[in-house]
Ligand binder design. Sequence first.
Ligand SMILES: CC(C)(COP(=O)(O)OP(=O)(O)OC[C@H]1O[C@@H](n2cnc3c(N)ncnc32)[C@H](O)[C@@H]1OP(=O)(O)O)[C@@H](O)C(=O)NCCC(=O)NCCS
Length: 329
Amino acid sequence: MRQNQRASITGIGSYLPGKVLTNYDLEKMVDTSDDWIIQRTGIKERRIVENGQITSDLATQASLKAMEDAGVYPHDLDMIITSTITPDHFFPSTSCFVQQKLGATRAGAFDILAACAGFIYAISVGQSFVNSGAMETVLVIGAECLSTITDFTDRTTCVLFGDGAGAVIIQKSSAKHEILSTSLAADGSQADVLIMPGGGAKTPASVESVQQRTHYIHFRGKEVFKLAINNITSMILETVNKNGLTIEDIDLIIPHQSNLRIIEATMEKLGLPMEKAFVNIDKYGNTSSASIPIAIDEARKEGRLSKGDLVMLVAFGGGLTWGSSVIRW
Ligand SMILES: CC(C)(COP(=O)(O)OP(=O)(O)OC[C@H]1O[C@@H](n2cnc3c(N)ncnc32)[C@H](O)[C@@H]1OP(=O)(O)O)[C@@H](O)C(=O)NCCC(=O)NCCS
């Protein structure tokens, strides 16, 4: 019976750490203001880990909720794929720690690194495993502790980022939310506009690399801003064409939450009202690959998704990488 079914999202969960870091808190740390941050980014507060919580902890909490939602047990999982730029360690993968924490002893486990577009890349891989018949049940996670790579002395970057996790279960189903297509893109020639320079093979950790503050997120904000709007807009239009749709057919766009002004400019370019975009950046800031699964979960809980709706997920980030996915809710 499962043969005619396609890969679908059968469970969703998210988890945000309890500690809230407001713009007012940041005013006490760097030369900034609540007004500036809201005007330029739309962010009011973000969540931050504390008490030793790490990425695999957030990922595990989100996964447990997604599994409960799908009615899936740890031994049902065939594969765990975590998208993150803040793994617990360079290696082994964060997915392996999640596998251990869930007790999902049958599951394979690996991570994907495609920065803020990583969750779309991970969904694409999970969808392919399931559609090919190679696997039945795949757990796809986006989880980040961006506070661990944020320079809280640099006002140009530290106001943007937060911590959190979201997860989905992908299985074949006709009753649930079918993944109609995913599209992925990259442009490595622009790698240096958004990068953590320190800690890899090119700049291994050293006293100098720490003194030069290379182990933090660095970006050229204005360049990223323009590239994000142009690439996201083009990808959305390509994706609707590819699916034989028009932009008006899309009921809800769930964009990566990078900056409210990026989302507003994209919607304007598409000629769509802001009501067709889901926004929660005011509460969580930019949580990189966690932002889309968290947003899907909240959109659903807020009643923004009805059966049959066409939903467009779209993300853009370091690499550069970008991607989109269309889901029939
Ligand atoms: C970072 C970002 C919010 C900056 O917004 P912007 O409108 O481009 O602001 P600018 O960088 O032009 O800065 C404007 C002024 O505000 C100042 N400023 C920067 N950060 C500030 C802060 N937190 N508080 C107060 N002032 C700040 C700048 O120093 C500058 O001052 P100047 O005019 O005297 O030189 C925006 O460019 C952005 O979101 N870019 C994308 C960032 C990114 O890479 N995100 C990850 C992608 S997934």
